[in-house]
Design a protein around this ligand. Structure first.
Ligand SMILES: CC(=O)SCCNC(=O)CCNC(=O)[C@H](O)C(C)(C)COP(=O)(O)OP(=O)(O)OC[C@H]1O[C@@H](n2cnc3c(N)ncnc32)[C@H](O)[C@@H]1OP(=O)(O)O
Length: 407
């Protein structure tokens, strides 16, 4: 196993693609991932001259409760050749990678999983959910707040540099407001604009609508239009890629636009926050067919630094007994004291109040899964009566944590 060299990339990436089914990717997408590769943070396993395992770790800043951006390794492109599976190659790569992440001083590793059953054994917990919805816009009505009519909407070319920059500026203002959001480092602004013709499956090219109040851009939506017809008339769908807005009126104006596009009958979303506000604007939530799914998996690589990096909704003073078989440097007792302003976390010999594995800490870290709910599943144990009721609300987040895009 060794880090990747630029001349390895074609073979290495070819192996990633093969493990995901072997369907060739567009030149546009391939070029993006090539440009985003961080060679000293990407590894491969070789059997002789053949690459049989791949894994990468992007450099990310991720928002945590309280609004700080915390360094995280964005684990990506994990694959093992089908000829070499179930022999421990993944386990060896996870070992190497988590040791590396620790040596880089990054308190968190994060990933989205092809299958959620893979990463729990390595200490990852499911920290955010994403909401899918299929809204019947022929039946569901929107009621919008005051000020919505003051927002002007314009259809624009999504990749025009001024449009791209305006959207990125709106996105950047949103990042600190929601745990789980990623700072978009240079180059990553290309990801939400990816639109290879080969991936369209009957949809239009990517469309973009900008929301303005006066001269200020206050929101945007990017989506595809998929026209369709049956004997009775048009049944097209709007497939939303992303939507960000700086205030409720801009947000409602964008959703009203999506609902009202002629010749369409459905708005489909694949990745929205669990608490997305449109759910409070609709007349009939049963016709919105919402469903949650796991999204970001979080692993605390340095328990002390990670717990210190976020704030807590209510004052908290707790001793955790942490189990961590894969990264034993985290195992043992930690005292966390914190409040909405900050926190400290250090080793202690004091008796523990709650016992749990690092996986549950990962699930609760961004305020997604509640410790109370994990305790009801038997995955958090209360060793001092009353500790759960004190600590669980402290870990909550004001807004649902959410990862806006994969990687
Ligand atoms: C962040 C990302 O990139 S997610 C993408 C993950 N990659 C893919 O899904 C591509 C297709 N799949 C693969 O490439 C491989 O099958 C991998 C990477 C999932 C697994 O690689 P392997 O080298 O076979 O895993 P390894 O032999 O180390 O298995 C370790 C353990 O995980 C288990 N495991 C491996 N894959 C899976 C799975 N898909 N679901 C459930 N358990 C799994 C193994 O059974 C083994 O369990 P054990 O220790 O109890 O025996």
């Amino acid at each position: 196993m060794r880090v990747l060299r630029p001349d390895d990339w074609d073979e290495w990436y070819g192996k990633v693609q093969l493990a995901f089914g072997g369907v060739p990717e567009s030149a546009e997408e391939r070029a993006l991932w090539n440009d985003l590769t961080e060679y000293d943070r990407f590894i491969g396993a070789w059997d002789g001259t053949e690459c049989v395992g791949t894994a990468g770790a992007f450099t990310f800043g991720i928002t945590v409760p309280g609004g700080a951006s915390v360094r995280a390794a964005g684990v990506t492109m994990v694959s093992v050749a089908s000829t070499h599976r179930r022999r421990g190659v993944l386990t060896s790569m996870m070992r190497r990678q988590l040791d590396d992440v620790r040596s880089w001083g990054e308190p968190l590793a994060v990933l989205t999983a092809s299958e959620p059953a893979i990463y729990g054994r390595f200490g990852y917990g499911i920290a955010t959910q994403q909401l899918r919805a299929e809204i019947d816009t022929t039946r569901v009505r929107l009621s919008v707040p005051d000020g919505t009519d003051d927002v002007r909407l314009r259809l624009v070319k999504p990749d025009a540099p001024d449009v791209r920059d305006a959207c990125e500026a709106v996105y950047a203002r949103q990042v600190p407001t929601r745990p789980g959001m990623l700072e978009r480092r240079p180059g990553w602004e290309r990801l939400p604009l990816l639109d290879p013709e080969s991936d369209r499956k009957g949809t239009s090219p990517l469309q973009c609508v900008l929301a303005r109040r006066g001269d200020e851009v206050v929101g945007y939506a990017r989506y595809f239009n998929k026209p369709d017809w049956d004997a009775a008339g048009p049944t097209g769908a709007i497939e939303l890629r992303d939507l960000e807005a700086l205030d409720p009126a801009a947000y409602a104006a964008l959703w009203r636009h999506l609902f009202g596009i002629d010749l369409t009958a459905t708005v489909k979303t694949y990745n929205r926050p669990l608490d997305d506000a449109w759910q409070h604007l609709v007349s009939d939530n049963r016709r919105c067919d919402v469903a949650p799914r796991d999204s970001l998996h979080v692993r605390l690589v340095d328990v002390g630094a990670a717990l210190e990096a976020r704030t807590y909704q209510t004052p908290v003073d707790v001793v955790f007994e942490v189990e961590d078989a894969f990264c034993p440097w985290n195992a043992g007792r930690w005292r966390l004291t914190g409040d909405p302003k900050g926190a400290s976390c250090a080793r202690t010999d004091d008796p523990a109040d709650l016992s749990l594995s690092v996986r549950e800490l990962g699930a609760a870290y961004l305020g997604g899964a509640s410790l109370t709910s994990l305790a009801a599943a038997g995955r958090v144990r209360e060793l001092r009566q009353g500790a759960l009721a004190e600590v669980s609300p402290a870990f909550a987040s004001v807004v649902a944590p959410w990862l806006p895009h994969g990687f």
